[in-house]
Design a protein around this ligand. Structure first.
Ligand SMILES: [Zn+2]
Length: 458
């Protein structure tokens, strides 16, 4: 039964007329020494180099030509370009050099530029003497390699679903590679010969989801994804299935419960507006200018963390109706005294100093968040609100709410706290603190703690 079906199919195929393509256009660019041509259907050219005269013969099987023969005379080393129909099913394009010139066929580049377009790039023709020409007389034809056009895959969507990241393409993805990238402190998936779909948008990881950050970018002919997992999660194997590629996360996300609450924190994306309370807050990004603060793994500098977090925190609080005073808003060095006097003169209601922590570079295992206060009472409650919100948003290690006699805490005349957002010397913290999206999350979390305190206490 099956052999009968097979032979019938074979017979049918033989009876089908060969699908002929047409040579639609061709052009020889004299300045570039480049031939380009297009056909109306895909063809597979064969290219040979022959001697005496030196010439390239480009054969287009199953391709027809309206006119039987078209010649274009060239000047200089190229003598002529001829397009001709060899028989009903074969068109030829011949690039013929002047007798006194030749080319190295190994340097000819034949490349598909689309499914129906090709270029033939010739090297610079070299003069040859009469004796060289005579010596090459009996040399056989040389086949020239043809590089077919490879169409790029299109990455159409990325979906985040539970502990899976799913990539959807318009064709099966292969040749991908993945691994940790030290420079960006993220896990990278590289998809070669792939482009992002028109209007592609990268989904935003959910707060408290399995990813801290996700980015997709076009890098030449590849798409590169950078992912940072939530603490406690690891990336597993990539699984290809049809046109999708799935990345699995394994492990249990580290979730720390805050202290028992008088009233629960609002969700991170539903911060209260407190404009009616007319509160003024000083934000003090630590260090700056010639003082980079702590310097950690990979040269990560405290000042490059606390300034963006401080500015973002100011922006969020202003949006929620708080008047904000910043002790610095650019990369400049400021002593401790003017930071304090700025807050005291402006008569702010709360003072928040933003720092990042450090310990020896030989202790990458030390990671986590600390919040400090000096005077017990309001400052301590404020510190607790900020610490609780940060732990809830990030899942970081809880290194506690602590009392310390920091200058900015005991010279300010209002409830004041100093938050250490993480360790620039900690392996996990440094990786996260390098990520702008994570820094935005930190700012959002500090803002939530401050706003929660305001709604409870004013
Ligand atoms: Zn500091």
């Amino acid at each position: 039964m099956s052999s009968l079906v097979g032979s019938l199919a074979g017979a049918l195929l033989l009876m089908l007329p060969a699908e002929a393509a047409k040579l639609q256009s061709w052009q020889f660019d004299r300045a570039q020494n480049q031939l380009s041509f297009t056909t109306d259907e895909p063809v597979q050219p064969r290219v040979q180099f022959l001697k005496n005269p030196a010439r390239l013969v480009i054969e287009l099987p199953n391709t027809s030509l309206e006119r039987r023969r078209v010649r274009q005379n060239e000047t200089g080393a190229i003598d002529e370009v001829e397009v001709r129909r060899e028989d009903d099913e074969l068109a030829q394009i011949i690039i013929e050099l002047d007798n006194d010139y030749t080319i190295d066929p190994a340097q000819v580049i034949v490349r598909g530029t689309s499914s129906t377009g090709w270029t033939v790039q010739l090297p610079q023709p070299q003069p040859q003497s009469r004796s060289q020409r005579r010596a090459s007389r009996d040399q056989p034809a040389v086949a020239v390699a043809v590089m077919p056009y490879v169409e790029a895959a299109t990455l159409e969507a990325i979906e985040l679903s539970g502990n899976q990241v799913i990539l959807r393409s318009d064709r099966p993805l292969s040749d991908y590679s993945s691994g940790w990238d030290q420079a960006t402190a993220s896990y990278q998936i590289t998809l070669p010969k792939t482009q992002l779909a028109r209007g592609f948008t990268t989904p935003r990881p959910e707060p408290r989801g399995s990813l801290l950050s996700l980015r997709a970018r076009q890098q030449e002919t590849s798409v590169v994804l950078s992912l940072v997992p939530a603490p406690g999660l690891q990336f597993g194997a990539l699984e290809a299935s049809g046109q999708t590629l799935a990345l699995n996360l394994t492990g249990a996300a580290q979730r720390r419960l805050g202290q028992v609450n008088r009233s629960p924190l609002p969700p991170l994306d539903q911060l209260p507006n407190v404009a009616s309370k007319q509160i003024k807050v000083a934000i003090d990004p630590g260090h700056g200018g010639r003082d980079p603060g702590a310097v950690g793994i990979g040269g990560l500098r405290e000042t490059d963390i606390v300034l963006p977090v401080g500015l973002k925190l100011a922006e969020i609080l202003r949006t929620q109706g708080v008047e904000v005073v910043l002790t610095r808003q650019d990369d400049r060095e400021i002593d401790l005294e003017p930071r304090v006097s700025t807050a005291n003169r402006a008569d702010v209601d709360l003072f928040i100093s933003v720092h990042a922590n450090a310990i020896s570079l030989s202790r990458p295992d030390v990671n986590g968040i600390e919040t400090y206060y000096y005077s017990t009472g309001a400052a301590k409650v404020l510190a607790e609100a900020i610490q609780e919100s940060l732990l809830d948003a990030t899942g970081s290690n809880d290194r506690g709410v602590r009392q310390a006699r920091f200058y900015v805490l005991h010279h300010t005349q209002m409830p004041a706290t100093l938050v250490e957002l993480g360790f620039v010397t900690g392996a996990e913290d440094a990786r996260r603190l390098s990520d702008p999206q994570y820094r935005d999350l930190l700012a959002q979390a500090v803002a939530r703690g401050v706003l929660h305190y305001i709604t409870q206490n004013f």
